[in-house]
Structures are given as C-alpha cells and as structure tokens.
Design a protein around this ligand. Structure first.
Ligand SMILES: Nc1ncnc2c1ncn2[C@@H]1O[C@H](COP(=O)(O)OP(=O)(O)OP(=O)(O)O)[C@@H](O)[C@H]1O
Ligand SMILES: [Mg+2]
Length: 481
C-alpha cells in the first residue's frame, strides 16, 4: 500500500468519524433539549395543578359556580396566560372550564374529558387543530365519595418552534463543521505523512548500486525521525556487508586469474608442441578439451571480476561522448560472421547519431553480450533488429529478436548471476549465465537501466536506457567533428 492510499484511507476513516460524532452530537443535543423543555413544562403544570387542588378543590363544596370561576380567574387568569384549566367530576359533569385563550389557539370546550378517573395522575397530549398539541397534566382527587380531576394544560407550540430552530441551526452548522474538520484533518494527515512519503521515495531508489545513499532525517524528534535513523543504520550495515561480499568476489576472481592464465599458457604451449606428433592422439584430444574448459573458466572468472568491480564501484568508467549508433554498427559488423553461420539477418534502425557519455569499451561489451544472446537464442533464419534513438532525454538501445523467448516465470531471474533458463540449460548452447549480469552492472554504473520483455516462442526485446551526453560534451563533439 503506498502513502497516497494510506492518506485516502485515513481521510475516509476520519470523515466517517467526524460525520458520526457531529451527527451524534446534534441528535443528542436535540433530544436532551426536547426532553428538558417538556420536563420543565410538565413540572410547571404539575405545580400549578397541585396548587389548584390544594387551594380550590379541597373547598369545592363551599363555592358556588360563579365564586369558583372568579377564584380561579383571579388567581390564575388562564385565558391571559394561554392556559387551560378544568375541574371535572367522574360522573361526567364539568364544574369549571377556562375560556378561550387570547390567541384562540385552542377551544377548551372541545378538549375531551379524561377517560380514567381512578388513576392518581393523568398526563396526556391532545392533538388540537392541524399540527398543534396541548400538554395536559391532571390530578385525580377523591372527595366526598366522588373522584374529581383538576387538569391544567398548555400548548407546546413554543417548544416545537424552539426545536425547529435548533434543527435548522444544526442542518446548516453541522455540514460546515464537518467540511472544516475534514479539510483541516486532511491537511494535518498530509503533513504528517509527508516525511513517510519522502522516506519511501528515497528508499525506493536505493539499490545495491547506490547503497551509500541515506534516507532523509527530519529533525522532528518523533517516531519518524527515529525510524529514519534506524533504517539508515540498517542501510549502513547492509552497505558494509555488501561491500565485503563484493570485495570478496573481486578479490577471489582476481586471485583466480593468475593461476588460470598460467594454466592456459602451459596448456597452449603443450598444444603447440603436440602438433610435432610427440603425444598420442587420445592425450592430445584430452589436452585440447582441458584447454577449452580452462578458457571457459577464464571467461567466467573475467566476467565475475568485471561485475564485482562494477558493483563495488571500483571500476573506472570513462565519460567521453560518443555516438552509440556508430558503436552498434561497428560491433554488429564484427559479429556478422556469427550470425551468418546461423543464417540470421541483423537489421539496424538508427536514423541519426545518439551521443551518450560513457565508457565506449564497456558499452561495446553490452552490445556484444546482447547480440550474442540474440544469436544464440534465435533459430536459423531468424531476424535481429537493433534500434538506437532518443526518447525523453535518454538514449535508447533496443535489440529485438524472433527467437525462442523466455518463459514469464523465468523473466525476473535472468539478470541474476549464473542464471540460465531451464530450456536453455538443457540444450547444448554454451554459456555461464553471466552475460546479462554484466550488461546490467555496466548500465547501472552509467546511471542507466536494462530491461527485458519476452514472449516464449515469439521473441525477446532488451531495452537499454542511458543518459545522454550533456550539451557541453555534445557541442565539443560537434566542434571536433
Ligand atoms: N535473446 C534471448 N532470447 C531468449 N532467451 C534469452 C535471451 N537473452 C537471454 N536469455 C535467457 O536469459 C538467460 C541469461 O542470459 P545471460 O546472457 O545472462 O546468460 P547466458 O547467455 O546463458 O550465458 P553467458 O551470457 O554468460 O554466455 C539465458 O540463459 C537465456 O535463458
Ligand atoms: Mg549471454
């Protein structure tokens, strides 16, 4: 997973979290405010009802209907306060009911009597006209063999309108809060992940050819600084181990060169005296075969030595500017005989000169190794095409053949030392599996790359990418030419 997708994932999680918490907070605020307003209203109504019960109902028998009306009117003035008051009896008679409120919000005469006169407290909501509601609280009081109910009610439209306003505020406010939180969060996540991205990008570029490079360490004093330092220490150890291994390969192949050269020259001198007929034929043949093997071994040791020195950065790489297309032409000419033996034709597609800055001798080795492979792994009558061109400020050398190709499962390994595809190994074709390792080591030493595409049974394309000679070098070259 790359840093970008971590970023996207974190933001998604963060957005979900922000939305959930904001919506949850909004719902909680709404619900608790609603509950509180209702509770407060109920409490007020309950207190008043208790008041009426204690002050008026307990003396009900002493009041005439008019006196009762006056008493309640004087103390509570329900009409002015938009309140509803009723005293009723379980036999269905109403002793007192308040008049219409000032705003004519409800009609007291149309509010049904309570259904139950046996419960202690009655509390209900009566739906009035269209959307309005009246909250009613009533106390049932047994008195002189009768059950009386004192009810007090108040419209709840004020509560509803307060709650509606809250919803509107939340509907406008929450999206704004969510947008600000997500944008701010995204910015913070991006900033927090930036050093990770820098470390990743640098780490991606570190290969065995530039193990000396280190990851950037931002002095933030946090876990990332610690991580970068720890990774750098690990690179240090890897670099050391790799250097030791490369030096060992370089030293070992270097040490092997001298005895091998001596062996070869001894065998060659024996071979030259053989022609004088001093030795029997069977022994001559054996010596010839030993000499062949010694030459092969010598080739392998030379190859290993070259790779080890290039890998260890010990090999000196020239940086003169030269025309890659011309180098391809001359090398192909020298190797033409090999191709002709197999009736393979070689085409060169190089419309103009392509100047690269590099070591001509080593890049010639690249062309030789690639052409050697193309000829070796192409059947008689095949075609090999070289193309040399410029692409995106790089020099491209491409060699295409219509040979046996490489199975896709073997493709990732062919640049490894001594790796040869199974099919090739079982054949008699000569080779140690070092050619492409040398090609890659030389390309990397030039700051270039080597890539292979192949389809089994169809053919192979090897693409070499090299840095162009810089303008100065190119101009010098032009001036000299
Ligand atoms: N043009 C090609 N067509 C098909 N297979 C190829 C081609 N080039 C390389 N290969 C495969 O990749 C393997 C590695 O190539 P490499 O050049 O490193 O070794 P080699 O040719 O076997 O031996 P050496 O080059 O050391 O003589 C080869 O053995 C072969 O299987
Ligand atoms: Mg080869």
């Amino acid at each position: 997973m790359n840093v970008r997708s971590i970023h996207v994932r974190l933001i998604l999680w963060y957005t979900v979290l922000v939305i959930f918490t904001s919506v949850g907070f909004g719902a909680y605020t709404y619900q608790s405010l609603r509950q509180r307003l209702y509770d407060e209203m109920k409490e007020t109504l309950t207190r008043r009802v208790e008041h009426v019960r204690d002050d008026v109902l307990t003396h009900i028998t002493t009041y005439t209907p008019d006196a009762l009306k006056r008493e309640i009117q004087d103390v509570y003035s329900p009409e002015e306060n938009d309140r509803f008051i009723r005293i009723s009896n379980s036999d269905g008679s109403t002793l007192y009911v308040s008049g219409s409120p000032r705003d004519k919000n409800f009609d007291p005469s149309r509010i049904p009597l309570p259904k139950d006169y046996t419960a202690k407290v009655s509390e209900r909501m009566e739906q009035l006209r269209s959307s309005e509601k009246l909250l009613l609280v009533g106390f049932i009081t047994p008195l002189a063999g009768n059950n009386y109910v004192v009810e007090m009610g108040a419209p709840i439209d004020q509560i509803d309108s307060a709650l509606r306003k809250l919803i509107i505020t939340l509907l406008i406010g929450l999206p704004v809060i969510i947008i600000i939180a997500v944008a701010g969060g995204s910015l913070l996540i991006r900033r927090a992940l930036h050093p990770v991205e820098t470390i990743r990008a640098t780490a991606e570029q570190i290969t065995f050819s530039n193990l000396r490079q280190r990851l950037p360490v931002a002095a933030t004093g946090d876990a990332l600084e610690h991580l970068a330092k720890t990774l750098n220490q690990m690179l240090e150890r890897l670099d050391l181990a790799y250097q030791q291994a490369s030096r060992f390969s370089a030293d070992a192949s270097h040490e092997l060169r001298t005895p091998l050269t001596i062996m070869r020259s001894e065998l060659e001198s024996i071979e030259s005296t053989m022609h004088a007929g001093q030795l029997p034929l069977a022994i001559r043949e054996r010596i010839g075969s030993v000499l062949e093997e010694a030459e092969r071994l010598s080739g392998i040791v030379e190859g290993l030595f070259a790779i080890a020195r290039l890998d260890a950065g010990e090999a000196k790489i020239g940086h003169e500017a030269f025309d890659l297309a011309a180098l391809v032409r001359s090398t192909v000419e020298q190797m033409q005989l090999l191709a002709e033996e197999k009736r393979i034709s070689i085409l060169i597609d190089a419309p103009g000169p392509v100047f690269v800055a590099g070591d001509a001798a080593r890049l010639k080795q690249v062309i030789v190794n690639l052409l050697d492979n193309a000829i070796k792994y192409t059947l008689a009558g095949g075609i090999i095409t070289f193309s040399v061109f410029l692409e995106q400020a790089k020099a491209i050398l491409r060699i295409k053949d219509n040979g046996i190709g490489i199975p896709s499962e073997e493709l990732p390994h062919i640049f490894e030392r001594f790796y040869r595809a199974d099919k090739v190994r079982s054949r008699t074709t000569q080779g140690a599996g070092l050619g492409l390792s040398i090609v890659r080591a030389i390309c990397q030493a030039h700051g270039g790359t080597a890539q292979v595409q192949s389809t089994e049974g169809t053919g192979t394309i090897v693409t070499i990418e090299l840095p162009l000679a810089d303008r100065n070098l190119q101009e010098n070259f032009n001036a000299a030419a």
